[in-house]
Write a protein that binds this ligand. Sequence first.
Ligand code: HEM
Length: 535
Amino acid sequence: MEKHASESYYIVDEGLLVVSAGGRNGGPPEGEISRRRVEADIAADGPPFRFSRMGPRGIGRQLGDPNRKRLGNAMAAGGGGTGQIPAGFTYLGQFIDHDLTFDKTEVMLGANISPAALLQGRSPELDLDSLYGAGPLDPESAKFYEADGIHLKKGKTKAIDPFPALEGHDHPRGAGTTQAQKRKAIIPDKRNDENLAVAQTHLAFVRFHNRVVDTLPASVPASQRFDTARELVTKHYQWMIRTDYLPRICAAGVVNNVFNQGRKAFEVGATPTDVPTMPVEFSVAAFRLGHSMIREAYNWNKAFDNGSGFLSYLFEFSATGGNLGGETRLLSNWVADFRRLYNFGEANKPNLVVPAAKFNKAMRIDTRLVDPLKNLPPGTFGGPTVPFNDPRANLAFRNLTRAKMVKLATGQQMANFLKSKGVNLTKLTKTQIRDGNNGAKLDRLTAAQRAALLKDTPLWFYILREAELNGGKLKGVGARIVAETIHRAMEGSEHSIVRDTAFKPSFGPNNNTFRMVDLLLFAFEGKKSLLAPLG
Ligand code: HEM
């Protein structure tokens, strides 16, 4: 069975907190059966993914079930508007999350895993192991690579009139005999086939790696070409996260402060090369910010234009969230038009800029989620098919409930905690938490429920309110948790721009600039025919 880190939380210094609730991989209901099963796994196989706690525990501060249901409904009621961030960054964020939380030991050959590899594989790092698996030399991961053991495999789409089959625009698929097996993507982390946008993002990174390999000097010997390319790819990826992704979602001042002055709250003074842990405050609350950026519909490409690229289709035309529309390969008319997801004007490429009406901006980061996230398809959370409007399929309710399960600190607790560590931030007032700024409306909560929420605000909601009061960028508590966690994950990665301070990017316009648009330009050879093959 594919396990998912977030189904059972092993928290360093606390041990196992079983929180399986029919989650993403359809785990059994919460309770003793699942606890026994996870404990048996741990006995056989060592502790699972290593979570930690940055702040205090939120004991006695969790909202009751009816309150979380109402709040979940209020948050996923839709409405609201777009922000300033190009929509591609939503799914880049999801890709980054999967990289951070990927348990590499899932794709390693069991008997060969040393304790050190287990520890490293189950720790958050920004090293693209969701792309590379355990590397071409690992027998279980070799299938992700071409026969040369250096290039990553890509797949071919299926022709649909008038579009031909397109080489290299789908995940590689097709092992096995049943339809379901044939459509399964041959990639380390199946979550990167959970929706079409994250799948196409993954493919862009496959291409990026392959292009880096192809442009290595001939003097790099065959035996070192993979490792050399991987190091370059990983460091460029981290540079892009540090200088492009993070300042778009977080107040730039906080990001700069953390990267220039160091961390104040999380694993302060850790030996840089020690393997990091993943704070539950990041995983269960702060980095779920991306859920609020998801749009209900996209001007996806020439074939699914003018808002007809519905989110439900992005699920359907993937093989984890859907069934590829019943096919075993992606149909060519679904290939992404990256010009509509990222603004190539930033890289001074006017020929790759689409008219504003065709461009997709992410929804503003705020306390609102688009309505389809109230009824997630079962494949996205691995759960059973549930009746319409069942809270188990409501992503907001799931996030709030997950927080309760791990006894997550509230927004107020985290604000106090961070201030006690010398972080300069202003706590939200009760009025700000209640009223926000054109975000989720709390009028369906009873007076008592509202009072409980204003006193002990779930961290995820608090962070999103902070962002919505800050023009759609994380601030205060949220920005600090995200920037410190990502900084530590980069610091502890095998290849690290935090440790290697001399590194400078070489695949962008100059030795200081490497943004997501530069990564895409390099990966797709700057060609419109590859960035937007449907035209
Ligand atoms: C259509 C897109 C997405 C869907 C359907 C989706 C769905 C989910 C679901 C079902 C969970 C588990 C909920 C639970 O039971 O606890 C989850 C977890 C999570 N999501 Fe998303 N998500 C999406 C996009 C994103 C984005 C854009 C980000 C961040 C930028 C993000 C960040 C996270 C994080 C940090 C977790 C917890 C860690 C993990 O399990 O990987 N997600 N998401």
